[in-house]
Design a protein around this ligand. Structure first.
Ligand code: SF4
Length: 390
């Protein structure tokens, strides 16, 4: 047993986790409340290494926001604009395809596309966009739309959520994003995102998508006005749905960014809070294979440390991020593959380039070499092709 655990009052929970027993909500709250971060990290690392051995992943991707116009005004959001705002924007399908073309030349395997709830774009805009991007390169994985965008598209097109998802899937959608979960408890949700979908609606969109054979990620926005018990409550919804569908490929805890919004938060997330939240998530979400330390919100340095506190992924190159940037993050707009591989190696892990579904594309076995992984959706050929033509 780890010497950190031997001296810790978390020893009983370590033994429970080591015996593969599921922890309760009360256990999770106890873990959240501990000051013994290193013991907590040791328990999370036990779970992480059991699931992923010594590997930690990253993805070469690009974010595209097709528009920041939104009919809602969530209190925490610094991204959304109204048509009267000078800094509002929306891209045509051709402009999005051009951005994708440029990113393909950099070797991306995934496009991550979200926007606000646009007041007037027709449903065909979204299906045309997906088809055009798939026509550009069929191997490019399209991870698009939050649950509230799906509800909005369904409402605008007068379709059911299922019909909407089926048509988007036929057009090329491969994964839903996990954004918009915020905190599920109703009282907190109405303080930070009034008018947004309920927890049940968010979960039902993902449930329906999973029933259609789709996969998605999920998130939790932490460190604003919620309590630690609210975080456990949020995680319990996700664990329950995962028990039902097994459709989530990863969980991404998002630290709240306090600038440029209307919520007064005295104590935004610290490094301690971010690491304990990642660690508790890793231990509690025993039916999730992957926990991502989102470097845009954490900074790459803390994301790197999080690899010893339960995270096995540091997300992607991203290239252009607007939502956290407008909310005040000081993190840069992109990371290179070299920087991410270096960060993972320094943390003592084997770097793995992954695809949208966390499947390996490239494994960096030694300091010099990377090995192509046996993956049915291996995309590293995109990089080769584009290096040849760039
Ligand atoms: S969080 Fe999403 S739904 Fe809410 S205002 Fe911002 S863009 Fe709109």
């Amino acid at each position: 047993m780890n010497f950190l655990i031997q001296r810790s009052d978390l020893r009983d929970l370590y033994e429970k986790v080591a015996a593969n027993q599921r922890i309760s909500d009360a256990d999770a709250l106890r873990l959240f409340e501990t000051r013994d971060l290193n013991a907590l990290g040791a328990i999370a690392d036990l779970v992480c290494q059991r699931k992923n051995a010594n590997r930690a992943s990253y993805i070469i991707n690009r974010y595209i926001n097709y528009s920041n116009y939104c009919i809602l005004s969530c209190q925490f959001c610094a991204f959304s604009k109204k048509k009267r705002d000078a800094d509002g924007f929306q891209f045509t399908v051709e402009e999005i395809v051009q951005k994708a073309r440029e990113a393909l030349a950099l070797g991306i395997t995934e496009l991550h596309i979200v926007g606000g709830l646009h007041p007037s774009l027709p449903f065909s805009y979204y299906t045309d966009m997906l088809r055009a991007l798939k026509n550009l390169d069929a191997r490019l994985q399209l991870k698009c739309f939050t649950a509230i965008e799906i509800l909005h598209l369904a409402w605008m097109a007068k379709k059911s959520v299922r019909e909407t998802l089926v048509e988007l899937k036929e057009a090329g959608l491969e994964s839903l994003t996990g954004g918009g979960a915020e905190i599920f408890r109703k009282e907190i949700r109405s303080q930070i995102a009034k008018g947004k979908e309920s927890a049940e609606e968010y979960l039902d969109v993902h449930r329906t998508w999973h029933q259609l054979g789709g996969r998605s990620t999920c998130t939790m926005l932490f460190g604003h006005v919620e309590s630690l018990a609210d975080r456990v409550n949020h995680l319990s919804y996700l664990r329950n749905l995962q028990d039902e569908t097994r459709g989530f490929v990863g969980f991404v805890p998002l630290p709240y960014q306090p600038e440029n919004n209307r919520i007064a938060v005295e104590n935004p997330p610290t490094g301690f809070d971010s690491l304990r939240t990642i660690a508790v998530s890793r231990i509690y979400l025993d039916n999730f294979d992957h926990i991502t330390a989102y470097w845009v919100g954490l900074g790459l340095k803390l994301a790197q440390v999080a690899l010893s506190y339960g995270a096995d992924d540091i997300h992607g190159t991203i290239i252009e991020e607007n939502i956290f940037r407008m909310a005040g993050t000081k993190a840069p707009q992109l990371q290179t593959e070299t920087e991410m591989v270096k960060a993972i190696r320094e943390a003592g892990r084997t770097p793995v380039q992954r695809n949208t579904f966390y499947e390996p594309i490239k494994v960096w076995e030694s300091l010099q070499t990377a090995t192509e992984a046996e993956s049915p959706t291996s995309k590293s050929k995109i990089l080769e092709d584009n290096l040849a033509t760039a």
